[in-house]
Design a protein around this ligand. Structure first.
Ligand code: HPA
Length: 242
């Protein structure tokens, strides 16, 4: 079954029925929230809100290992991770959706592997590419069929947060080749790969990154989050029915 990890703006998926709620414990602790089994008109998926039910978990406090382990326990093999991000390049810009192609990890101090001497075996996973190409192709195909345009060559810089970046940090990310910036795709994507899951990130651009325009980032987020998430909803609906 499809697993959806929801980010900012996708704490609950409206218009679908919750047919089961599962509180799971894992060897790595508690996931962000109980998982919800959602019934759509065309099918079902498991849904996990990454920041917790009341959106209280900061990116560096999320138990990524427990979340990925919990999805495995539920029998999930394909994960669509939804993430609100800032746009560094002029395109994709606020309101656009991107199926992220590659990433650079700038996070630190997060529990980023199942191989830490506790339970998991040591694996040196290949991480180029970080997202599953066949699964990305399937998501892209669904988006095309439901008329949602997707940018498919974006490079995401994953920063530590929870603060937003300085203008100089964004210039550095741009120089490194990043076109988007977010806070939660790592270590989530790497853990998913260690766990053998097909994982892809559907990023919703909700603001121009720091220093790339005048004006309040939070005002920009407020203005574009709703419309972006409505597009995500359409893609999810198509994927669940695929
Ligand atoms: N930077 C980092 N993470 C984000 C941003 C941003 O500008 N917008 C949404 N998530």
């Amino acid at each position: 079954m499809l697993g959806v990890i929801g980010g900012t703006g996708l704490n609950q998926v409206e218009g679908v029925e919750i047919i089961e709620t599962r509180s799971l414990s894992t060897p790595w602790g508690q996931p962000s929230a109980p998982a919800q089994r959602l019934r759509w008109a065309q099918g079902e998926c498991w849904f996990l809100p990454r920041h917790g039910e009341g959106h209280t978990l900061a990116p560096h406090r999320i138990n990524y290992r427990a979340n990925i382990h919990a999805l495995r326990l539920l029998g999930v093999r394909r994960v669509l991770a939804v993430a609100a991000v800032g746009g560094i390049a002029p395109s994709p810009g606020p309101g656009d959706l991107a199926l992220v192609e590659d990433l650079i990890d700038y996070t630190w101090g997060r529990a980023h592997s199942f191989a830490d001497g506790l339970a998991g075996p040591l694996q040196h996973i290949e991480f180029a590419p970080p997202f599953d190409p066949a699964w990305r192709a399937q998501v892209a195909d669904c988006a095309t069929r439901c008329g949602v345009p997707l940018v498919t060559d974006a490079v995401l810089g994953v920063t530590q947060g929870p603060r937003l970046e300085t203008a100089a940090e964004i210039r550095r990310l741009a120089k490194d080749g990043c076109t988007l910036v977010g806070m939660t795709t790592m270590p989530e994507a790497a853990l998913a790969k260690e766990a053998g899951l097909s994982y892809a990130t559907l990023a919703v651009v909700v603001n121009p990154a720091a220093g790339t325009t005048d004006g309040s980032i939070h005002a920009a987020i407020e203005a574009s989050l709703g419309a972006g998430m409505a597009q995500v909803h359409r893609v999810l609906e198509a994927l669940v029915g695929a």
